[in-house]
Design a protein around this ligand. Structure first.
Ligand SMILES: Cc1cc2nc3c(=O)[nH]c(=O)nc-3n(C[C@H](O)[C@H](O)[C@H](O)COP(=O)(O)OP(=O)(O)OC[C@H]3O[C@@H](n4cnc5c(N)ncnc54)[C@H](O)[C@@H]3O)c2cc1C
Length: 493
């Protein structure tokens, strides 16, 4: 595999802050995207676009020549065109859509797991994680927006879309003409997203200008914390469908008649929506002023009697829970590469910092940073490679195979706790690494001339977004207990 765009670069070197050994080479400095006023002059870059610490853990395991080529192309792009602007993105809290998004499309990474027929690369989760890590190393907020687009939004359309939906939505999402988002959480419906969801979709007919009657759905409610929401052209949205519950929940495959408690669970339907077609009832509310991940735009989305046609349903009506659950494991795994990039960025800034290398206690800090990164990296890519190899063994192709939750197979079921575990560990380690990076730089670590404060603010998000550490621990503990007590589980069902 070769990324589509040959990267070339030239131009002025990033700023150099005295006291640091900024490792940058003249041929890998950024010139792209200086067109708008807020997009200020490039800042310092702390790493060499051709090197990464703890790379060795991947050699001979997952890094074959194609993946190395892909990773190096993304690394160089991120080093040249993203890292010099990471501080400006954070400070302005602006997403550089015009400057970056179509460039990422040209590079080919926006639809990494999307089938080639729809404009993607048709690759697997190892590649997806490599890209996520490299983008997050340069700017965690760009990495987060990338993950929401390529993973939370596109992979669900890949998996559950009908051919017509894929033909319409995926090519512009792959090229970077469009941006995708996942609209699931609500105020009061985060950790308990299904149980507490209040946004509804009710069946509704509409008379067209030509006088014919079209079936569809009327969406009412709001969605909160939506990454890429202010810029989104496509939304994967979940809404309660009360008309399908509880009786129809049985026929929709939600529940069995013998299990009333399950039958009373809300029926949820997934939709793939093009925001330009939603009319005036759809509104982007306030953009959120966040602690970290600034520049990855987050907002509330409002739906006031928004009518959408029948064919906007993703999967089948009433089957949204299944659609949602089928993506969770891959989502956790791919997002776990975000904290990897942050940990790498911590080492990038600490290692060249001249005063510390000779103090034994500071060397211990370097050892801890390195150990955290190396073990997290081995865990993430080992799991991603297992996912991908099961996909290949089963003869499945493309992203449709990346849905272990759909499979009864116990091997695949065990991925659930592993994917929760990898993001739990990586997220908490990244926060700890950022704290250690601040400490290692002393006063310089505490001022905004250095990126350490940003790294801490960005890292913390991964302990909250896409499920909190508490919920991940509950899930892992439950899965372990159930696996250890299968007879008890059977008698409880
Ligand atoms: C920057 C950002 C980006 C996001 N992007 C998206 C997105 O793109 N799309 C989307 O749909 N959502 C998104 N989210 C929402 C995110 O998934 C939720 O914030 C997350 O699931 C937590 O939900 P909550 O904020 O409602 O917290 P709550 O569920 O209210 O939790 C509050 C606290 O209580 C704890 N808690 C809750 N339930 C339990 C329990 N049963 N047992 C023990 N402790 C519990 C939690 O761990 C947490 O510490 C984003 C959030 C953020 C901050």
């Amino acid at each position: 595999m070769v990324a589509r765009r040959t990267l070339s670069s030239s131009g002025s070197s990033p700023k150099h802050i005295p006291g640091t050994a900024v490792v940058d080479s003249p041929e890998t400095t950024a010139t792209a995207a200086t067109s708008t006023a807020w997009w200020t002059s490039p800042g310092p870059v702390y790493y060499n676009g051709r090197h990464s610490h703890a790379d060795e853990v991947l050699l001979g395991t997952v890094l074959d020549s194609n993946r190395t080529e892909l990773r190096n192309a993304v690394r160089l792009f991120a080093h040249d065109f993203i890292a010099p602007y990471a501080a400006a993105i954070d400070e302005a809290n602006r997403f550089p859509r015009e400057q970056l998004w179509t460039e990422l499309g040209h590079l080919g990474v926006l639809g990494v797991t999307t089938a080639v027929a729809y404009g993607g690369l048709g690759l697997g989760l190892v590649e997806h994680c490599l890209i996520m890590e490299e983008l997050s190393r340069a700017s965690a907020s760009i990495g987060l927006s990338y993950g929401a687009h390529s993973n939370l939004c596109m992979m669900q359309i890949d998996r559950h879309g009908r051919p017509a939906q894929k033909e319409q939505l995926l090519p512009p999402l792959c090229s970077g003409a469009w941006i995708g988002a996942l609209a699931m959480s609500e105020t009061g419906a985060g950790s308990d997203v299904l149980g507490s969801m209040r946004t509804t979709a009710r069946q509704s007919k509409r008379v067209t200008d030509a006088g014919s009657v079209r079936s569809g759905w009327c969406i009412q409610g709001s969605k909160m914390w939506i990454t890429n929401g202010p810029d989104a052209d496509v939304l994967v949205l979940y809404a309660r469908t009360p008309e399908l519950e509880p009786q129809q929940a049985v026929s929709a495959g939600h529940a069995t008649k013998s299990n009333e408690a399950t039958a009373l669970k809300p029926s949820v339907t997934a939709f793939a929506l093009q925001t330009a077609q939603l009319g005036s009832g759809y509104r982007v509310a306030q953009k959120l002023d966040k602690l970290g991940m600034r520049g990855s735009n987050t907002c509330e989305l409002l739906f006031d009697s928004v009518w959408v046609p029948e064919d906007a349903v993703l999967g089948e009506p009433g089957q949204g829970t299944r659609v949602l659950m089928s993506g969770l494991d891959a989502e956790r795994l791919v997002l776990s590469a975000g904290p990897l990039g942050i940990m790498q960025a911590c080492l990038d800034v600490v290692l060249p910092y001249r005063p510390i290398g000779t103090f034994p206690l500071m060397q211990a800090k370097l050892a801890d940073l390195y150990g955290a990164l190396a073990s997290s990296r081995a865990h993430t890519y080992g799991l991603a490679a297992s996912f991908d190899s099961i996909r290949l063994q089963s003869g499945d192709a493309g992203a449709n195979a990346l849905s272990p939750a759909d499979r009864p197979d116990s091997q695949l079921r065990s991925f659930r706790k592993d994917c929760a575990s990898v993001i739990l560990q990586n997220a908490e380690r990244a926060t700890q690494c950022a704290l250690q990076a601040i400490q290692a730089l002393g006063g310089n670590g505490y001022v905004s001339d250095y990126p350490t404060g940003r790294l801490l603010r960005d890292a913390k998000l991964y302990e909250i977004g896409a499920g909190t550490s508490e919920i991940r621990r509950m899930l892992i503990g439950r899965e372990l207990y159930q696996a250890a007590h299968p007879q008890q589980n059977a008698s409880e069902q």
